[in-house]
Structures are given as C-alpha cells and as structure tokens.
Unconditional design. Structure first.
Length: 96
C-alpha cells in the first residue's frame, strides 16, 4: 500500500544523521504506485529530492534507490522523474 509517510520518514531519518560519517544512501521502496499520485505525496518526495541533492552537493554522496519491478503495473522507475526531478535531471540517482 502506498503511504505518504514513507518519504517523510526518510527525510526525518536523513536529517538526524551525522552527515560527516555518512558514506552511502540507499533507499528501498517495495511498493506499488498508483497511476495518479496525490499532490501531498509528490511534495514530500520533492522535499526528499532537494535533501538528497544537498547531500550530493556537500558530501558527493550519490543516492541509490532500490525498487521492486512490478509486472503489468507502474513502479518507482516510472515515477522517478516526477518524484525526484532534480536528481533524475542531473543524473545523480541510481535506480536499481
């Protein structure tokens, strides 16, 4: 089930990390995405996008987003350009 709290939880966790010790960011999303994503969910992912760009800029940490490919449905790879626009535009995220 798609919950809007997943991106917010990731943001909160990353904001509490001692960034000088952080070497890698791997986000795993094993969810099925609906065809239309709520505006609030998009905003939370855009906030995450900005935070991950900051980690890249300040610490050269390239985020990796792991997802489960869905047969016949849409998955995170399909939505990455709209959910993580700056990371995907700059080619700063690895989707695996």
């Amino acid at each position: 089930m798609w919950t809007r709290s997943s991106a917010q939880w990731i943001i909160t966790t990353l904001q509490t990390v001692e960034s000088k010790n952080l070497q890698r960011i791997n986000i795993c999303q094993a969810i099925v995405l609906p065809k239309e994503i709520e505006e609030m969910v998009c905003q939370e992912w855009h906030d995450l996008d900005r935070l991950l760009v900051q980690f890249w800029t300040s610490h050269s940490i390239r985020p990796e987003v792991t997802y489960v490919a869905q047969k016949g449905g849409e998955d995170l790879r399909d939505h990455a350009p709209s959910l993580l626009p700056e990371l995907t535009r700059r080619g700063l995220v690895d989707l695996v």
